[in-house]
Ligand binder design. Structure first.
Ligand SMILES: *Cc1c(COP(=O)(O)O)cnc(C)c1O
Length: 235
């Protein structure tokens, strides 16, 4: 029989794994920010993770985040919210209003839309350029060989302050070479932040310099199968 999932215990386990990975890599613990990826999960589950001390969360869809987060933010001070999924240019306004960081900057039209919205609103979320390290056709992100040019254009063409890179290694490959490639591209472009590592590989990502790990399943438990409505979190 499976125990009911305990997000607070799961969060503590993830935190101690992060601490161990930092020790092994001789990196300071405060150099790694844990993003609790709460997509598909409801306010009850998220509330338990907030109660356990987590303050930085991530969602992958603007509309879902818009529905879930304003009430949570009213109830809990000091929360930060990152967007880790693809962003359509026509949602730039909502995204800039709602998120403290955007992790999937990958095309000129989005640079233009974000630059306009940042200028208009006076809000400036942290920006990560997504690099498609595995050159997978179904994935967003700029190709590794196009990354330097894209970063330069985002900065000088659109006046965007790019803070870091984000990558999602191919599902069935060893992640280390992908993390190493992202770290190399970040270093040569003077980018301090690296968003990489998920439930299965955040320890490896920390070894390769991740400053932001995006962890969903290991904290919240399994997500409902795609196409089915999220379970209402019955406590
Ligand atoms: C869902 C998601 C995650 C979290 O994945 P887990 O395997 O559940 O930890 C991380 N990054 C992105 C971009 C995601 O969409």
């Amino acid at each position: 029989m499976t125990e009911p999932h305990d997000p607070a215990a799961a969060l503590a386990a993830v935190r101690s794994e992060i601490a161990a990975a930092c020790r092994e890599a001789s990196r300071p613990l405060d150099g790694v920010t844990l993003l609790a990826v709460s997509k598909t999960h409801g306010a009850d589950a998220i509330g338990k993770v907030i109660a356990a001390g987590q303050r930085v969360f991530a969602e992958n869809r603007v509309q879902e985040a818009q529905a879930k987060w304003p009430p949570l933010r009213e109830r809990h001070a000091g929360l930060a919210l990152h967007l880790v999924g693809a962003l359509q240019s026509n949602k730039a306004r909502e995204a800039v209003a709602l998120f403290d960081a955007i992790h999937a900057l990958d095309r000129d039209s989005l640079c233009a839309a974000l630059a306009r919205e940042i200028e208009r609103s006076g809000r400036a979320p942290q920006l990560f350029v997504q690099v498609n390290t595995g050159a997978e056709p179904q994935k967003g992100g700029v190709l590794p060989e196009a990354a330097d040019g894209f970063i330069a254009a985002a900065r000088s063409g659109y006046g965007l302050a790019v803070s870091g890179l984000m990558c999602i290694p191919p599902a069935h490959e060893a992640p280390a070479p992908h993390f190493a490639l992202a770290a190399k591209i970040a270093a040569r472009n003077g980018l301090a932040l690296l968003s990489m590592g998920m439930s299965a590989d955040f320890g490896v990502a920390i070894r390769f310099g991740a400053t932001h790990v995006r962890v969903g399943t290991a904290i919240f438990g399994a997500r409902p199968a795609p196409g089915r409505p999220p379970l209402s979190a019955g406590s």
